[in-house]
Structure formats: C-alpha cells, structure tokens
Design a protein around this ligand. Structure first.
Ligand code: CTP
Ligand code: MG
Length: 229
C-alpha cells in the first residue's frame, strides 16, 4: 500500500504578517515547512512527501528543504482547496492508495496523530484528527451576547486529514466542476457522501496562524509534549 503525504504550503501567511511567509520562518532553528516535511518523511508508514508551494516562493522553498530527499514541488492555487487539487492531480498517474493532506502551518504534528489517522483508514474512507472544544461558545450580535451554543458534538478539526486517494481526487474534481468550496478536505469528503472517522488530535498539531502562535509553538517545542519522529 502506498501512502503519500501532501503538504500544502502555497499560502501567503497574511495573518501572521512579518515579511517572510510563516511556513518559511524559523521555529526552534528550523523552517516551519522543514519541520512539517520531516514529521512525515521520518515516519515509517509514509512512503513519500509532496509539497505544494507558491511560484514566487521557489527560492524560499529550496532553502527550507535543502538536503532533503524530496521530488519537485507542485505549484498551488489561489485558495487552499485549489492547492490540494493541484497536488492530487499531480499524483493521478501514480495513484497511491492513501493520501494524508497536511497544513505546512502545523509543523509540530506528533507521529501518534499520523498513526491514529492511518489506523482509522483501515475501516473508513477518510479520517481526521480532532480536539474537544473546551471554551463555552457564545453567539454575539453588535457587541452583546445573543445566546450560548451547546458544545455537544462539536470538535476542532486539525490535519493531517487522511483519505483514500481515488475518493478524494473524485470529490475534489466534482467540487471544482460545480464551484463548491469547503474549508477542509474532510468537509469535501462528507459533501461527496463519504464517512469521515474522527480520531484524537493533539494540541501539538496546532496551526500557526498569527505572529503570537510562533511563541506558543516555541513553548510546545521546548516542552516536547508528545514524542515526535
Ligand atoms: N495554503 C495553500 N494554498 C493557498 C492557501 C493556503 O497551500 N492558496 C496552505 C497554507 O500554506 C497553510 C495551509 O494551507 O499551510 C493553511 O492555510 P492558512 O493557515 O490559512 O495559511 P495562509 O493562507 O498562508 O495564511 P493567511 O490565511 O493568514 O494568509
Ligand atoms: Mg489562508
């Protein structure tokens, strides 16, 4: 069985600000993207890693992954969904059984999360790591509380999201043809009628979104909360 990790790194990192896009900035001495790649390339159950990048970041990419055994990057699209589709299309001939689609902006994903997603794919066509919602959820209108939303059955979705390749390529192609957009790949799989299994995520798999998230990621790295490959 062939399992490929697709790492989407073609974003501009606008919310993180700060000149160099977040995926190319250092975290604990290594570029964020390099950490994300290593999480998969060092994992014994991953056969290959493919990265989607923005054309204008080629030099940053080459520097970030120097010395790693990676094939050529795939150029992404204007939205994350388009970047994923480009990555999937680039694998159409190779046709792996499984793809794990991962945000470059989640550099500290533990090996255990990858294992849990892969294990779930034995029984389901798709799987994603999730965390419980701890805070009380409020609806707000015009600066005033306008109701409390039950947390029952609500989860925070992370990556890597694992899918059977044929099913996710078909879902993405259909969505593109119909102009359907969703915020993650698991949502597209649900839209296409596939069961998506939930497995335990990890706070270490946090997404770096804002400049402050770099400080949080540094603390997680120092604490090494879960063992990484
Ligand atoms: N991504 C991508 N192609 C895009 C947009 C996003 O490959 N057109 C990737 C990002 O590089 C990131 C992941 O999808 O690894 C999650 O997206 P996000 O955290 O939103 O990153 P950015 O889009 O880069 O950040 P921002 O939205 O703040 O500009
Ligand atoms: Mg974005």
């Amino acid at each position: 069985m062939t399992t490929i990790a697709l790492i989407v790194a073609a974003g501009k990192g606008e919310r993180a600000g700060g000149g160099v896009p977040k995926q190319y900035r250092p975290l604990g001495g290594l570029p964020v993207l390099r950490r994300a790649v290593l999480a998969f390339s060092r994992h014994p159950r991953i056969d290959a890693v493919r990265v989607m990048i923005a054309e204008e970041h080629r030099a940053l990419y080459d520097a970030a992954v120097a010395g790693l055994d990676l094939g050529a990057p795939v150029i992404g699209g204007a939205e994350r969904q388009a970047s994923v589709l480009n990555g999937l299309e680039s694998l159409a001939d190779a046709a792996p059984e499984i793809v794990l689609i991962h945000d470059a902006a989640r550099p500290l994903v533990p090996a255990g999360v990858i294992d849990r997603v892969l294990d779930a794919l034995d029984a389901a066509p798709a799987a994603l790591p999730v965390l419980a919602v701890a805070d009380t959820l409020k609806r707000g209108e015009g600066g005033l509380a306008a109701g409390t939303v039950s947390r029952d059955g609500l989860w925070r979705a992370q990556t890597p999201q694992g899918m059977r390749f044929d099913a996710v390529l078909d879902a993405h192609r259909r969505a593109a043809a119909e102009g359907v957009t969703m915020t993650d790949d698991a949502a597209l799989m649900e839209w296409a009628g596939h069961a998506v299994a939930l497995v335990a995520g990890s706070e270490d798999a946090m997404k770096i979104t804002t400049a402050q998230d770099f400080a949080l990621a540094d603390r997680l790295l120092a604490g090494a909360l879960e063992t990484r490959v």
